[in-house]
Write a protein that binds this ligand. Structure first.
Ligand code: C5P
Length: 228
């Protein structure tokens, strides 16, 4: 994948703050990631999505859908009609729910979310391989995995000849110095070197006194890591 791999997680801010931050970062990022924290305010989802679209950034609706297949299908369809470029479905919703999302996705990419990096590893290599094979077998466009699972997912995708994207949250640059609530973290360089395609980065950018500078440093680190 070329271009910026950064998906900035717009958590814990008002819609207005999120739009201002996106304006500031738009040339340094691949997408913005929005979730319920952002759209609980007074702006409609249509309005928020169209503002991001007009800034030319991709939108990742990180809703981690976990429901019966019909509801997952309808929710995916709603986000697709709103113009989301990515929507996440929890692997725990099961094979039928992931398949249902894929039937109604339109042009939206379905990312299967494996586990929370704020928790410790769940089921070992075997579970990661099984989940990856399930996601790619159904035709999902990507998976979201903690950094420590990236090597095993990358080798499973290679063996399966799949071009599904590997999206990695829990990114902590060495200069940031905090893990916050994340347990399975990696630097941008480590994640890219292990085989990540896209990096979800929240607080190292959004809590920085200079978010643009933070995003620039992360982008430079990832571009350098890709070259080696
Ligand atoms: O601020 P931070 O960089 O920790 O942001 C992490 C973001 O990534 C949050 O929006 C969280 O919902 C998401 N995340 C995730 N899956 C994980 C870990 C974090 O979707 N395993």
């Amino acid at each position: 994948m070329t271009g910026s791999p950064i998906i900035v997680a717009l958590d814990g801010m008002t819609t207005r703050e999120a739009i201002l931050l996106t304006k500031d970062l738009k040339d340094l990022i691949h997408a913005v990631k929005v979730n319920a924290l952002l759209y609980e305010g007074k702006w409609s989802l249509e309005c928020i999505f169209s503002r991001f679209k007009s800034l030319g950034v991709k939108i990742f609706a990180d809703v981690k859908l976990y429901d019966i297949p019909k509801t997952v299908r309808d929710s995916t369809n709603n986000f697709s009609r709103l113009g989301a470029d990515y929507v996440s479905v929890s692997v725990r919703a099961g094979k039928e729910a992931v398949a249902a999302a894929l039937t109604s996705r339109g042009d939206t990419n379905v990312l299967v979310h494996f586990s929370l990096t704020s928790r410790d590893a769940e089921g070992g290599r075997g579970l990661t391989i099984a989940r990856t094979l399930m996601a790619v077998g159904l035709g999902a466009q990507g998976v979201i995995v903690p950094a420590n699972e990236v090597p095993i997912v990358r080798s499973t995708l290679t063996v399966s000849k799949s071009d599904a994207a590997i999206v990695v949250p829990g990114i902590r640059p060495s200069w940031y110095g905090l893990a916050d609530d994340q347990h399975r973290t990696a630097t941008p360089r480590e994640a890219i070197r292990e085989g990540a395609d896209l990096l979800v980065v929240g607080r190292p950018i959004t809590c920085s006194s200079n978010p643009r500078d933070a995003a620039q440093k992360i982008l430079e680190e990832t571009l350098a890591a890709r070259q080696k």
